[in-house]
Design a protein around this ligand. Sequence first.
Ligand code: HEC
Length: 151
Amino acid sequence: MITKRGAAALFAGVLVAGGALAHGGATGIVKERMDAMSAIGDQMKIIGQMLKGGSVDEARLSAAAGVIAGHGGDALIKLFPEGSLDKPTEATPAIWTDWTKFEAYAGDLQASALTLKDLADDGAGTQELSAAFGTLAGTCKDCHESFRVKK
Ligand code: HEC
């Protein structure tokens, strides 16, 4: 039988291993953008948990969405100089052959994060916030499907 504490330790181990694998030896701009993406992912988790739990802290949600917006748009595309495909990147060369689309997704990410932030600032209800969160999450999925190596 696995004790509660044992299970928690196991889970923590999985998280650490997953992180180490994902970043495995990344340096320079590739590491920078992986770190930025991880930061975005962390904020998404915070927001998702709040919405799922049904107890929304508007200020916290607004701040999290603001951090995501800050990583979108120009800040994001600056992390993808042409041909930056050093291992262990999961970026695909299609980014630079379809740059306009990539740029548009980076813009969508920022715009939808700002929409969510504005809603939180205006004290919108959980339903409205969840819908905006869904739109935001859709931008992650769209871009990853087109421009990130499939696992
Ligand atoms: C404009 C395109 C684009 C958007 C939008 C985008 N991503 Fe990414 N994401 C990428 C690419 C490309 C990679 C692979 C980067 C690499 O490995 O060099 C990536 C990698 C990641 C990773 C893995 C980081 C690592 O450590 O290897 C996470 C986590 C992630 N994205 C989360 C998100 C979340 C959450 C969102 C939405 C809130 C999002 N991304 C939006 C393009 C995007």
